[in-house]
Design a protein around this ligand. Sequence first.
Ligand SMILES: [Mn+2]
Length: 341
Amino acid sequence: MLKTVHGRRLSGNSPRILREILGRIRKARRCVVSSHVRCDGDAVGAGLALVHLLRKMGKQAHMVTDGGPPAELMFLPGAGGIGRGPRDCRPPYDLLFTVDCGNLDRLERVLQGLPPDVQVINIDHHVTNTLYGNVNWIDPEASAVGEMVYRLVRAARIPLSREIAMPIYTAIVEDTGRFSFSNTHVSTHRVAADLLGHGVDPDLVHRHLYGSRTLPELKLHAAVIRSLRRSPDGRVAWIRMTDAMFRSAGYVPTDTQEFVQVAKNLKGVAVAILFRPLSRDGEVKVSLRTDGSFDAAKFCTRHGGGGHVRAAGVTLRGSLASVERRVVGEVRARMKRDHAS
Ligand SMILES: [Mn+2]
């Protein structure tokens, strides 16, 4: 089992790192690619594109993530071959590639299937990456790790095929919020344009990522919208997600936090809050999203949680109703105080 990585470390984001990675690939025979548990479009897209690149370079390569890819990404070329746990690992390996994975623990159960002495190549765009690999290529400016794999493909002088272009495009679409977030750069559109010229069907990608919701998923959305409440001044809006709502919709989401966006999208809202009672008795998970005028990190840290100014979370003790009252009351009081000062 892989626990910590031993040996020399090399980190950076320069042409030299790319050359180093390509040099190590050329010397290797068997490679495995992995990413974080509950993998998303960037994790799966960057990983699959890398697997295809490695194969084009004459290597044996496959991908394994804890739990495998979500259903909406199964349309990607090669997604059916992604392993779902340690049993799908087939060591020995010369190289382990991790993509979109800020720290090694996020591979979760896959670590059990990996030999302790495997060389690790860590490719990521999270600023908080712990540099756990033997080679760490970290580019916080990259819109998606998919965009970094694109650069690797170009540096390796491997022609862009549809099976490489499709997953990279998907990775970029997902991590840029369909080219809408502030990480969408001139270079992002240039890469996307090149990919469109190599067999990517943007409508197909969009349909799978955003146009394939199941009826139970939409029913849950409806229940979440029905739970929406807001303060009289319209500055704070909040929603609930309970086990009873999951049961009646017939759907349990893997990621509940994204639902806070339902409240955040309401016009005039500065602070959106999601309340999710945990199955453990008497605890409520609270997720905050703000427009930047209210410091969610400061608020959550005060109660033992953490995060960023615009997105933070904390788990509090109490019934759903009492936690809701307390948090909304305190947020509103602090907003008034901040406004007065
Ligand atoms: Mn990413």
